[in-house]
Design a binder for this molecule. Sequence first.
Ligand SMILES: C[C@H](OP(=O)(O)OP(=O)(O)OC[C@H]1O[C@@H](n2cnc3c(=O)[nH]c(N)nc32)[C@H](O)[C@@H]1O)C(=O)O
Ligand SMILES: O=c1nc2n(C[C@H](O)[C@H](O)[C@H](O)CO)c3cc(O)ccc3cc-2c(=O)[nH]1
Ligand SMILES: [Mg+2]
Length: 307
Amino acid sequence: MIIILTVLSGGTGTPKLLQGLKRFLSEELNIIVNTAEDTWINDLYVSPDVDTVLYTLADLINEDVWYGRRDDTFTTHETLKAFGIDELLRIGDKDRALKMHKAYYLKKGYKLCEIIDMERELFNIKAKVLPMSDDRVETKILTKLNGKLDLLKFHDFWVKRKGNVDVIDVIYENITYAKPCEKALRAIEKSKAIIIGPSNPITSIGPILAFDEIREGISKKKTIVVSPIVGNSPISGPAGKLMRAKGYDSSIYGIYEFYKDLVDILIIDISDKDKAKDFDCEVITTNIIMRTLEDKLRLAKEILELV
Ligand SMILES: C[C@H](OP(=O)(O)OP(=O)(O)OC[C@H]1O[C@@H](n2cnc3c(=O)[nH]c(N)nc32)[C@H](O)[C@@H]1O)C(=O)O
Ligand SMILES: O=c1nc2n(C[C@H](O)[C@H](O)[C@H](O)CO)c3cc(O)ccc3cc-2c(=O)[nH]1
Ligand SMILES: [Mg+2]
């Protein structure tokens, strides 16, 4: 009997875990991906977390930065810069084709989920890669610049300003009107368990869980959460700062608080084991820091044994 699982993912932490999971599962795996950082850059449609998941599953990902393709070239990016067009994101030539492919079919009226499914097939990926929505939702960071309130696009906050601004709030623009992707809802329904991967709770998993129907569907399933935080810090990125801005402690206490309505099993790092008794759910302590492929395979295997 094939065990169907659904994983919620952003673009760095969970893709590392996917490198482990993909060794044990193929078509049984559904990945619902955050699309609230999607953006048009000139004529390219950039869906950063989706593209990182596709490249990770196709073994093409650049693991130094967790975006773009390994061994890509940057001729067009550099030439555009010479022409005075500075793309905020350093987009490789092969990677550009994937973003042009999305733009081409979006302009023809295709749904994002249909285009991603075409791309999954082009990369011979067996797992289903599903956007959280086919509608635009955009994460914005509320801050104060020169004494004035300003709402920054995520890439302005993270790529241009390196996250070096005070974060007053984080909002998901258009979430009220956007609809979850039907295929994502079906995947949750068919799943034996849901894995909320070690991604940024606020800007990667938060947008996905902001859809009531997605939350509702997950609440009916065994849900395993892998913490992206060890001690009081995320292993990388702005998750700690963003959690504090939303009123959550940058610790596994904050992680539990954020997921408490959904989590059945919380996986924390061995270094946090003394806190394991403080949670009203099953807690597994293990090494959750994935440096090597062996780390990723071991963590994936430990998780699959819980399903
Ligand atoms: C900017 C970045 O967002 P994104 O690139 O989308 O990344 P994710 O939200 O998917 O993941 C960031 C998240 O991942 C955690 N992380 C990273 N490596 C590990 C690891 O080996 N183990 C583990 N348990 N978590 C890991 C990291 O702490 C980050 O919070 C972003 O928001 O960082
Ligand atoms: O911080 C960066 N993030 C880059 N990213 C990642 C990205 O947009 C953000 O860091 C993620 O959205 C964070 O979740 C890219 C993603 C792509 O799909 C393609 C190219 C890039 C290029 C950059 C980049 O130059 N700098
Ligand atoms: Mg992301």
